[in-house]
Design a protein around this ligand. Structure first.
Ligand code: EPZ
Length: 418
């Protein structure tokens, strides 16, 4: 079982390029199913989750291939799709694969995708995806754990999400692109990954307006043509690296990401005492004496739930106390017991974590439990005295490409052990 070993105490300094966005990539890969030819995605991160989505598309019959001359370019040709069924053993590994349901139903008239089931951070139902597709005229059945959506042709409709859901917004928006007529979606997610997908679809010939706001209007078209797209930088990886710079009192520059995608994260780290300068595709952070900050996670443009664990790691060593409240998922504090093993002073009370800053953290063996919790442990380990061993690093590899190489390039004493 692979693990990552960190000797804490080094200040991070230097410049690193952020990889392409995992969550944008997963949606774009599903969106490529809508085109009647081969699309190409560039700046794709090499991650376990991307491999899992590629396996799903392959199982459907699409041709998915990495470019021979560029390890970050992926081509997807859905013309071979003959079997619109995404099986449980693949979907359960990566729940974002549920996003193939909308494109398959829209393109091929029928789709069967295993109900993804919950995961470590919560139940994560897909009722909004299903209700949204039904609003477009799909006949949706759930039997034996399989969600089947079928329609001779989807038709435009009006649908208001009961709650803000990123992949739900993306799934229904994709389906609406090939529906007959106009679709109006309300209470949509506003995340940059929704905007990125809408830009990709518009390049294919889709007629979408309002992406990035809570109201999206789609005028259905007959067909969509394949295109190429450079995937935007990963705003959560960027935030994670900034957090690593902050806790080590370092000085680092990040390139390859749009600072406008992580304003709430930047604002929180500034409130914690960091100096952060922004340019159009880079950020510069100078760490300083940290002070406690409060944060409440919320849909974009609020403070992202995907940065909650990482910010908590930063404030474990800040002067004063912090209250970190998780409002999006019901079980996203699994990093807390592990941070306490490193000497953090955290008390949970319902959806809030009360953190009192300590002067020192001390290294210890810890267990990764989910993707962002793992990142939080790495961040704390960088500032802990002595050695920390983070076990079960496959969680980290789901969402961070060669994270130890990036941190080592900034001066961290970090290595992967098989
Ligand atoms: C996306 O998941 C991201 N994943 C998550 O990132 C991120 O944490 C989440 O959005 C919130 O920002 C990808 O884009 C692949 P939601 P998604 O639907 O779309 C409830 C990471 O670490 N809900 O916005 O699945 C749900 O239970 C991952 O990179 C319903 O009740 O999240 C949750 O409480 C983790 N019914 C809330 O909505 C539904 O039909 C928000 O979830 C759908 C969602």
């Amino acid at each position: 079982m692979e693990r990552i070993v960190v000797q804490g105490g080094r200040r991070l300094t230097g410049s690193v390029r952020v990889s392409g966005s995992k969550n944008a990539t997963l949606a774009l890969m599903a969106g490529a199913l809508l085109a009647d030819g081969e699309s190409r995605l560039r700046n794709v991160p090499r991650l376990r989750d991307v491999d899992a989505m590629a396996q799903i598309l392959d199982a459907l019959g699409a041709r998915v291939a990495w470019a021979p001359d560029d390890p970050h370019t992926l081509s997807i040709d859905p013309r071979g799709v003959h079997n619109p069924e995404a099986p449980y053993d693949l979907v359960r590994k990566m729940r974002a694969s549920f996003m193939v349901l909308g494109p398959l139903a829209a393109r091929f008239g029928v789709a069967r995708v295993s109900e993804p089931g919950g995961c470590a951070i919560g139940v994560r139902p897909v009722d909004q995806h299903v209700k949204g597709l039904a609003a477009l005229g799909a006949k949706v059945r759930l039997e034996h754990g399989i969600v089947e959506a079928s329609a001779a042709r989807l038709r435009g409709g009006r649908f208001s999400f009961d709650l803000v859901t990123v992949n739900g917004t993306q799934n229904v928006m994709m389906a609406a692109c090939l529906a007959a007529g106009e679709t109006v979606l309300e209470n949509c997610a506003r995340e940059p990954e929704v905007v990125e997908l809408a830009q990709f679809l518009a390049r294919m010939g889709a007629e979408i307006s309002g992406a990035g706001t809570d109201r999206i209007v789609v005028r259905g078209v007959e067909r969509l043509r394949p295109v190429a797209l450079d995937v935007c930088g990963d705003r959560i990886e960027a935030g994670t690296l900034l957090a690593a710079g902050a806790i080590t009192g370092g000085q680092l520059e990040l390139t390859g990401v749009d600072p406008g995608h992580l304003e709430a994260t930047v604002e929180k780290l500034r409130a914690a005492g960091c100096d952060i300068d922004l340019a159009h595709d880079r950020l510069r952070l100078r760490g300083a004496e940290l002070r406690g900050v409060d944060a409440v996670t919320a849909p974009f443009p609020g403070f992202p739930t995907d940065m909650q664990a990482q910010l908590m790691a930063v404030v474990t060593k800040a002067a004063g106390s912090s209250v970190i409240t998780e409002t999006v998922f019901e079980n996203r504090f699994m990093h807390v017991p592990e941070l306490i093993r490193l000497g953090a002073d955290i008390r949970l009370s319902g959806r809030a974590a009360h953190v009192r800053g300590v002067r020192r953290l001390s290294g210890a063996p810890v267990m990764a439990t989910d993707l962002r919790a793992s990142a939080s442990l790495l961040i704390a380990a960088l500032a802990a005295e002595g050695e920390t061993v983070v076990n079960r690093v496959y969680h980290i590899d789901r969402g961070y490409e060669r994270i130890e190489a990036k941190l080592a390039s900034l001066g961290a004493a970090i290595r992967r052990e098989v």
